[in-house]
Design a protein around this ligand. Structure first.
Ligand code: PMP
Length: 370
């Protein structure tokens, strides 16, 4: 008997694009040729067709319901990845403002965002964890933000280093808090009213590559300079309901299905967080109970629930680990090329069974090689 495509799937620990719920992939497969009742594939349909507009509004509504986003905020579906937000944020909120933007640097993605923001205006890096190889996040009192800063920017989960804020950084009340939530979007409940802007590329925790979700408080839509190129101006996208130009229809379709899966199959973000904490607990326990064979990169109090990063005693063991893991159905565990080591990304859609299999493999591998 030939194995089905589902049987051939390994436990995939890729950092992104990353694992998606199997039920979502099956639905996409079943509906790809012809969307039920629509007489065409979604891939062949105008973005202004009512069928697609319904899909767009469902995706937006699901995200609003999951997070609890009220009418004070716009939810935008944009292209250009998270990287374009590194530029769009300062282009809208810093350029010509006469103000300084505050940035917290806790890893590679924050660093890249800072480099882009400096092209737009005055940037103050109020906290920099580079000296400790980005192994932690600051706590209250470690940094100060001026009351008149244009905004305070931070990355909630640094995907490469595997460090995650456990709660929002302290921010003066009049200063908009701006968050790169790319690698931990929708992983737990969040009080969006604390934020001026939150954004996330979809391809880690929320869907396929191609769409970036931007949640922006409406008063910030009016801050952008009129001289901005049209696509870069958030207001254009908000006014046109994410249809200022052709949006990434396929990615939005799948993102909407992932959001529905979170609502209906998982039961919302509180339930998702519980599962994520349990999964991460199993994995970090395998590190901590290895007698020092595995060394976690992040300090314990800011370990990521999404990306667990660790090293083995030497490069030979690391190579053997990756090779043997693959033969145990565990793939895409190699750390980012810039830092090496192992990275296990355990996003929302990673089944508990995958994490259990990895943790057992780790314990056996350490036992045999210590
Ligand atoms: N921010 C974070 C936290 C990320 O993990 C990534 C992608 N790895 C990015 C930004 C950049 O995303 P994109 O490739 O979509 O531009």
């Amino acid at each position: 008997m030939t194995a089905t495509a589902t049987d051939q799937r390994a436990f995939n620990f890729s950092a992104g694009p990353a694992v998606l719920p199997v039920s979502v992939l099956e639905e996409v497969r079943d509906e790809l040729l012809c969307l039920p009742g629509a007489r065409a594939s979604l891939l062949e349909m105008s973005h202004r067709d009512k069928v697609f507009l319904d899909i767009l509004h469902q995706a937006e509504n699901s995200i609003r319901e999951l997070i609890g986003i009220n009418d004070d905020y716009s939810v935008l579906f944009l292209q250009g990845g998270a990287a374009l937000q590194f530029s769009m944020i300062p282009a809208n909120l810093l350029r010509d403002s006469g103000k300084q933007a505050a940035y917290i640097q806790t890893g590679t993605w924050g660093k890249k965002a800072i480099a882009e923001a400096k092209k737009e205006g005055d940037v103050n890096v109020v906290y920099d964890a580079a000296d400790t190889k980005f192994n932690h996040v600051p706590t209250a009192g470690d940094f100060n933000v001026a009351d008149d800063a244009a905004y305070l920017y931070y990355c909630n989960n640094e995907t490469i280093q595997g460090v995650q804020f456990q709660s929002e950084p302290t921010c003066p009340s009049g200063v908009p808090l701006v968050c790169d939530a790319s690698s931990d979007f929708l992983h737990r409940e969040v009080d969006i009213t604390k934020y001026g802007l939150m954004y996330a590329c979809a391809q880690k925790n929320a869907g396929p590559a191609g769409v970036t979700v931007v949640i922006i408080r409406k008063d910030l839509l009016d801050v952008g300079s009129a001289s901005l190129p049209g696509y870069l101006n958030y207001k254009n996208h908000a006014d046109a309901d994410s249809e200022w130009n052709t949006p990434p229809t396929f990615a939005i379709w799948v993102l909407g299905k992932v959001a529905k899966w979170l609502q209906n199959d998982i039961g919302g973000l509180a339930a998702m967080e519980k599962i994520n904490r349990a999964k991460a607990g199993v994995l970090y326990n395998a590190i901590d109970s290895s007698g020092g064979f595995y060394t976690g990169h992040a300090k314990v109090d800011c370990r990521s629930l999404m990306n667990a990063t660790f090293t083995l005693p030497n490069d030979e063991l690391q190579a053997a680990f990756l090779e043997q893991a693959a033969s145990h159905n565990l793939v895409a565990l190699k750390g980012h090329r810039s830092v090496g080591g192992i990275r296990a990304s355990i996003y929302n859609a990673m089944p508990t069974e995958g994490v259990d299999t990895l943790a057992n493999f780790m314990t056996n591998f350490a036992g045999k090689n210590s």
